[in-house]
Write a protein that binds this ligand. Structure first.
Ligand code: ADP
Length: 413
């Protein structure tokens, strides 16, 4: 069996894309929060400047109390503020007042102050226009710069960045671990499957030899012809050989190197051959089988042997999984570009939750530890893979305890 290599690659690519997308989202989010932090910083500085000027020397310097401070644009004017001395920037009490207010607004980083006659329209310069009587009522500009502003903002975002990095790292580590374990499981499964397929291959020759030997034995010793024991050997040998063939067929199909021997064949012939081939088991189970609405001249291009086997498998299951006398109804309906053959039985039915699984290899519906019917769970996997090789599909409908209905679609020619 080729383990779903594609699925694994998809999981790997999807998780890598997921982590990349998460990282991109985080970067966008961090940039956004950087801008937000810068804005908050500007607002706090503005408020601190404004509040300092208003309260400095009991507010006497602030005439009208109207206050506005520029950020990077330097475009706002602080009106109605007067009497600020030119040497203001060096005054220890002004500095102390400003420091206190900045701390109140949680701005704890060094700054530079300057006074100028002109506006400084520079980024990262916070300005307030002030009116100085010493300058004859002209506007002057008090400017503030924070040389370590970026480091300060970065520090305030430290926890967030660290948390983001840890979460990203954690998610990446988990995804890497999941992918690594998946690959390990895949390798292990592949080894098991290869071993199983090799074993089946090795069993084929001895089983065929046992069959040949039994035939020769009964030819040589005529009295053994009707022996019950010989019959048991023959039957069990046939059963084992059939399962081995199924395993090998499925392995070939999954490896993509199975070649069908296609011919033009009618649906009617396929179904009749399948039913006739099942005459013995049908009689043993005292089953009633009906064929209805089978079109006479509807042909498919397919491998006769395998298509017959498909319907034999479905009939065989209908016999195996029924508690009462089996009643099997086979019908057909032409559809657009194909035909749907339905095999309906009155058996035990298939619970909804198992319907998808039964087409997988080795899947049997759990019945506790007891399995009243023999089988390896390969029959329906074979049916599905063969029908899909013929570009058809198979689906199942069922009512628990009231029977199952298998529908096989095959393209017609
Ligand atoms: P096996 O018969 O060897 O177990 P299959 O692949 O043919 O393997 O079937 C898988 C499982 O699906 C069976 O074990 C059985 O439980 C269920 N099943 C298949 N066909 C029928 C049916 N006609 N009615 C009820 N259950 C069925």
């Amino acid at each position: 069996m080729k383990i779903q290599r594609n699925n694994l690659s998809i999981i790997l690519i999807a998780s890598a894309l997921g982590v990349a997308a998460l990282a991109v989202v985080q970067v966008i989010w961090m940039r956004h929060s950087w801008q937000l932090s810068e804005e908050i910083f500007s607002q706090r500085v503005s408020m601190a400047l404004c509040s300092t000027i208003k309260t400095y020397q009991g507010g006497t310097l602030c005439a009208g109390g109207k206050c506005a401070v520029t950020g990077t644009s330097g475009n706002l004017a602080l009106k109605n503020v007067s009497h600020l001395p030119v040497g203001l920037v060096d005054k220890p009490d002004f500095r102390a007042e400003l420091d206190k207010t900045l701390l109140f607004y949680q701005i704890d980083t060094g700054y530079q102050l300057s006074l100028s006659r002109t506006k400084k329209c520079q980024p990262d310069v916070y300005q307030t226009a002030i009116l100085l009587p010493s300058l004859g009522g002209d506007e002057a500009y008090l400017s503030m710069r924070f040389p370590n502003k970026k480091t300060f903002i970065l520090k305030s975002m430290n926890v967030m960045m660290l948390a983001t990095a840890i979460i990203l790292f954690f998610i990446t580590a988990v995804l890497l671990f999941v992918n690594w374990s998946l690959m390990k499981q895949k390798r292990l499964l592949q080894t098991n499957v290869d071993f199983f397929n090799n074993m089946a291959h090795e069993f084929r020759t001895p089983l065929s030899n046992i069959g040949l030997a039994v035939n020769m034995l009964t030819k040589k010793h005529n009295e053994l012809k009707d022996s019950r024991l010989v019959d048991v050997i023959r039957q069990e040998n046939k059963l084992l050989l059939q399962e081995v063939e199924r395993v090998l067929h499925l392995a070939k199909v999954e490896n993509g190197d199975y070649v069908l021997e296609k011919e033009l064949i009618s649906i009617e012939t396929i179904l009749e051959t399948a039913v006739n081939g099942m005459a013995m088991p049908l009689a043993t189970h005292q089953a009633k089988i009906t064929l209805e609405g089978i079109p006479q001249y509807t042909n498919v291009l397919g491998d006769k042997q395998h298509l017959v086997n498909v319907f034999r498998n479905l009939i065989d299951n209908a016999l195996k999984y029924s508690k009462e006398r089996p009643i099997i109804h086979i019908s057909a309906k032409t559809e657009h570009k194909g035909i749907v053959v339905t095999v309906h039985d009155n058996g035990i039915g298939i619970p909804t939750e198992h319907r998808k699984l039964i087409f997988e290899k080795f899947q049997r519906i759990p019945q506790g530890n007891q399995h009243t019917q023999k089988g390896f769970g390969l029959g329906l996997a074979y049916v599905k893979s063969m029908i899909e090789l013929h570009k058809g599909f198979v689906r199942v409908g069922s009512e628990e305890n009231r029977g199952s209905r298998f529908e096989v679609f095959l393209p017609t020619v």
